[in-house]
Design a protein around this ligand. Structure first.
Ligand code: TEU
Length: 591
């Protein structure tokens, strides 16, 4: 009798297990996930407003243009839009030089346009994160105009001044200065002012509490309008040792790390959190973590420190470059190093904070040209492979507009085509110092920020449907085939793959919250990893090469269930301990 009871019990359990396992994929098994938070589950889509959509034919993108395309953005399945700066600016650094924090840049529209944009985004369930640029202002800002008038002006100490009678200040490097010098002499008051970036971007003196309170008041202004958070531009740079001692020797080749470790940095971030951020508990904050190492990241994002939510780092951005330069290394990018960077950051952050994952933004080349292969044979495949990586890692993806189409570097031949202050000033510096201009221009085809700033490609009409006027920067000639309209009609397009894998991430909490484990670590061609959650396991296999390769695995792949493959066809997985991947193949399995 007993044996019958056991058999009955086993049959019942098997039946229950079968019912559970065939739950529809889109049922979120998130019941047992601790600390669920909306920005951990979000996909962030970055829009460079200048190049997204021009509504009035002046050749520059604007807020009305973005409003007209919100249904497209919503169709992507993303949750948050990060807008690069939209505030009043002379645009010497395309909005990263703000002359009035409470006015919308004239070329982008009006405050009424902004209010409509925010309302229309929220109406569609989209959140808006603005770009907080408070390490510096434009030299056209009222504060700086006052500050430079006289040494006893009430705004004098809103910036960093060095009286010339003390002699020349100790060397500080500048990102965009033609002479690579972060001190600019100003004859009006016979003093030097500090600018880590261009001369037209003087650094604010955060050691002055009046500056901090003015910034916090401005932040409240935008938060009270209902925005959903801030991306904080070079926020690690804001604190300075105002005695400006000579740069310690070890930082001369790595000054960014010195800039990112000022004496009061975390005091100010905790003050910002106490005075502003904590009053808006449902917002998202992300630091642009220039100069921040994996040993320091938790100082910014550990919730117990009450500073910021997330930080994006630059460790991967140095790969494939000759150390200490922005020159492309002919040896290319070493995938083992690439895997090591992302695995290190995941293990450091672990469950003590929350990570970000990105491969491109407005400061970098296009991801398919940078990390993939933008030749006609492999552009679509490698774009999809890179997007698979971004959408299956244990971190919030920050995805740059146009990469969902597989847009590529424009690779300008002539300096006349460039618009970016970084390229133009570096070019001038080389001319002034007799540098190799041809080598520089060849390298810019690979690394220049303008490669990622060409107009968004909507369709195959003139100027890719971006503007009816003269675009502020040239449109990539490949817009005829790489554009939304063409790709929306092609079920196998980069765009439709993007939508599919974003949906897959949203429907599978394991891809958001699952534990990440690197596999086959030394494989120079394949990035293989698993994600695990509540007893489930997903395997991600990415081939970063133009040839067939093998992943060494410890799973019986015959039992694996394919969730997505960028070839859209599945080669029979009859292998057990290995798996053969086709060129730039991305395959995700449920094990
Ligand atoms: O970038 C800061 C930063 O780290 C850049 O210097 C970046 O490393 C460089 O551009 C790579 O070539 C932020 C903004 O993202 C950038 O667009 C601005 O130009 C800069 O700050 C100044 O605000």
């Amino acid at each position: 009798m007993k044996i019958m009871k056991y058999i009955h019990l086993i049959v019942m359990m098997a039946a229950i297990a079968a019912i559970i396992s065939c739950q529809p994929q889109n049922k979120k098994s998130t019941a047992t996930i601790p600390n669920r938070t909306w920005w951990k589950e979000a996909v962030v889509y970055q829009i460079y407003p200048r190049s997204f959509k021009d509504s009035n034919g002046d050749g520059v993108g604007d807020l009305k243009g973005i409003i007209s395309k919100l249904d497209y953005v919503k169709s992507l399945g993303v949750d948050v839009i990060w807008l690069n700066p939209i505030f009043a600016s002379p645009n010497r650094d395309n909005g990263y030089d703000i002359s009035d924090y409470r006015k919308i840049m004239k070329q982008f529209g009006t405050m009424a346009d902004f209010d409509t944009l925010l309302n229309e985004m929220h109406h569609r369930g989209l959140k808006l994160v603005l770009d907080l640029v408070v390490n510096h202002t434009s030299s056209d800002h009222k504060w700086f105009k006052e500050s430079r008038k006289s040494r006893n002006n009430p705004y004098r100490d809103y910036y960093h001044w060095w009286p010339a009678e003390r002699g020349k200040p100790a060397k500080r490097y500048s990102y965009f200065d033609v002479d690579n010098n972060a001190w600019k002499y100003d004859s009006t008051t016979n003093a030097y002012y500090l600018h880590y970036f261009a001369r037209s971007q003087p650094d604010l003196n955060w050691e002055n509490p009046k500056v901090r309170q003015a910034i916090y008041k401005m932040m409240r202004f935008w938060l009270n309008k209902g925005i959903d958070g801030f991306r904080m531009d070079v926020i690690p740079f804001i604190s300075k040792d105002t005695t400006f001692p000579p740069l310690p020797e070890k930082y001369h080749g790595n000054f960014v790390h010195y800039y990112a470790n000022g004496p009061h940095l975390h005091e100010y971030l905790q003050e910002m959190n106490k005075d502003v951020l904590s009053k808006y508990p449902n917002i998202m904050t992300v630091a642009e973590g220039a100069g921040v190492t994996s040993n320091e990241v938790l100082n910014f994002i550990n919730p117990s420190r009450h500073e910021l939510n997330m930080l994006y780092n630059f460790d991967a951005m140095r790969l494939g470059l000759i150390p200490g330069t922005r020159e492309v290394d002919p040896k290319g990018i070493n995938l083992v190093d690439f895997k090591e960077v992302f695995t290190k950051w995941d293990s450091v952050i672990d469950d003590k904070g929350w990570g970000t994952i990105w491969l491109g933004n407005h400061d970098t080349p296009r991801i398919v040209s940078h990390w993939g292969n933008d030749s006609p044979a492999f552009r679509a495949l490698s774009s999809k492979m890179l997007t698979t990586f971004l959408m299956t890692m244990h971190a919030t993806p920050f995805y740059y507009f146009g990469d969902e189409l597989g847009m590529t570097n424009i690779k300008f031949d002539s300096i006349q085509d460039y618009r970016d202050i970084e390229t133009l000033h570096e070019y001038q510096h080389l001319k002034d110092t007799g540098g190799d201009i041809k080598k520089f221009l060849d390298n810019q085809k690979m690394v220049a920020r303008d490669n990622g700033r060409t107009p968004f490609q909507w369709d195959s009409t003139k100027n890719a449907g971006f503007t009816t006027g003269q675009p502020w920067i040239k449109v990539n000639p490949n817009y005829k085939t790489i554009n939304v309209k063409t790709e929306e009609k092609n079920p196998n397009s980069v765009l439709n793959y993007f939508k599919k894998i974003v949906r897959m991430r949203k429907d599978n909490p394991i891809l958001i919250y699952g534990k990440y484990t690197l596999l086959d670590k030394e494989n120079p061609d394949v990035y293989a990893y698993t994600r695990e959650l509540n007893g489930k396991k997903v395997l991600v296999l990415l081939n970063f090469t133009t040839h067939k390769v093998q992943a060494k695995l410890s799973f019986d792949m015959r039992k694996a269930k394919l969730l997505i493959d960028n070839y859209n066809t599945m080669q029979d997985a009859n292998a057990i301990q290995t798996f053969t991947l086709r060129p730039y193949e991305a395959a995700v399995f449920e094990l």
